[in-house]
Design a protein around this ligand. Structure first.
Ligand code: ZN
Length: 129
């Protein structure tokens, strides 16, 4: 799933409402000049030779991105907190990390049987018209 769709999913989910302000702040930061001009970000890009650290790609086919290895110092990152990746590798790394993080969680399921067994009528049968 693409990154923007993941964000859209979280933003629309009422279950994740406590995450919404954090996600919005993160998105605003990632799209800001403050992040674009972040010295740690630029230092990491330079140290990586403006190449993806996984596939060694130059980012010609897809842009280079700087992955946060930790959010511990979000806004005050150190170069070691960051890793230069091309967009496909960044998606792969993010996907793998999320799979690992959520592997032990049981998927949410809806308990639909009681709702079906105790269904209320769609229309009031005592009313006409
Ligand atoms: Zn790559």
């Amino acid at each position: 799933m693409n990154h923007r769709l993941n964000i859209a999913y979280y933003m629309s989910s009422t279950l994740c409402s406590e995450l919404r302000p954090r996600i919005m702040a993160y998105q605003a930061y990632i799209n800001s000049n403050r992040w674009r001009n972040n010295l740690a970000r630029i230092a990491e890009l330079n140290a990586a030779g403006f190449r993806c650290r996984l596939c060694n790609g130059l980012g010609n086919e897809s842009r280079l991105e700087v992955h946060h290895r930790t959010y511990e110092r979000l806004g005050c990152e150190r170069p070691a907190d960051l890793t230069t990746l091309c967009q496909p590798c960044h998606h792969g790394v993010t996907d793998m990390l999320r799979r690992r993080r959520y592997a032990s969680r049981r998927p949410r399921t809806a308990d639909v049987i009681p709702a079906i067994e105790n269904a209320s009528p769609l229309f009031d049968p005592s009313r006409k018209g």
